[in-house]
Design a protein around this ligand. Structure first.
Ligand code: GUN
Length: 293
């Protein structure tokens, strides 16, 4: 029977850390602010944004939700981002995805100033992630790594399988695991012998978006299973990509849904936002010092 990696407990620890760091900055007169742009009425996006603003409030981080109509043009959205880039009181900018069809998602993401890209989705931050430079890590994969580390099971040298190759989760998760010295296999819809590959994994990260995708026969005895999926099951309840009971019987550690990775994603966003505020304040202080010389 696997031990449960509680996203709730771990996220609370990171949020407490973010709150403490925010308070320390505020004592120095430095505010921490996140701007969240949401376009249209996607109900899942609205739920996510609500969660993010709730976390901000809990951490003492100011948040602005900028609601824009589904019909907005790409140029109008780019203008809004430019305005937030120029606003020194805004430390982090997050554009909730997906965006409507008329808008090119990556163009919009790349308009975000890299130093305010708390989602870590800009090409600049992705490039830095690939080359192992310091950068804002995408929140979901960063949360997965923290969950893995919380088990105390070493990642180095392990065989890790990631299912799903999205830019938001799968690809960056594979890069982060590689940076932790795991041997990584990135699987997707065209992967052959998927079951066998998964069943050989010491670390299995499921980011497919399909309820019931990972069955017990795909889990190695003693594996650590991280379930990134957030789906509605046939019963209408929230569930992950993993058949929990089957995987739990074989894994050493497993994350639940709900109460798992989702909460960690939000906690990592708080950490990134405080870090952005601190780095921007340091940058301003250096510039001012330079100007006085
Ligand atoms: N949509 C689904 N996940 C995410 C996320 O982590 N960030 C943003 N901006 N949009 C998302």
């Amino acid at each position: 029977m696997a031990k449960i990696i509680s996203g709730k407990t771990l996220a609370a620890q990171f949020k407490a850390q973010a709150a403490q760091q925010t308070a320390q900055l505020q004592e120095k007169g430095i505010g921490v602010r996140l701007a969240v742009i949401i376009v249209g009425e996607n109900p899942a996006s609205r739920t996510y944004v609500k969660g993010k603003t709730k976390d901000c409030a809990e951490c003492g981080i100011a948040s602005d939700v900028i609601e824009l109509p589904e019909s907005i043009s790409e140029n109008e959205l780019l203008e809004k981002i430019e305005q937030l880039n120029r606003d020194d009181s805004v430390n982090g900018i997050l554009v909730q995805l997906p965006l409507p069809r008329q808008i090119r998602e990556q163009s919009v993401i790349n308009a975000i100033a890299p130093e305010k890209d708390v989602d870590g989705f800009t090409d600049i931050n992705t490039g830095k992630l690939v080359s192992g430079e310091e950068c804002f890590l995408p929140c979901t994969p960063a949360g997965c790594i923290e969950m893995l580390k919380s088990t105390g099971v070493p990642i180095a040298g392990k065989d890790a399988v990631v299912i799903g190759r999205s830019n938001i989760v799968g690809k960056p998760a594979a890069l982060l695991l590689c940076a932790e010295d795991a041997t990584v296999t990135l699987c997707h819809s065209r992967t052959k012998d998927l079951k066998e590959k998964c069943a050989a994994a010491d670390i299995l990260i499921a980011a497919v978006g399909k309820a019931g995708f990972v069955t017990g026969d795909m889990v190695k005895e003693g594996a650590v299973v991280i379930d990134v999926g957030i789906n509605r099951g046939a019963d209408g309840k929230l569930c992950g990509d993993v058949v929990f009971d089957e995987a739990e019987a074989k894994a050493s550690y497993i994350t639940p849904v709900p109460g798992g990775v989702g909460l960690m994603t939000r906690a990592m966003l708080m950490m990134n936002t405080v870090r952005a505020a601190r780095m921007q304040a340091e940058g301003r202080a250096l510039r001012e010092k330079g100007e006085n010389h």
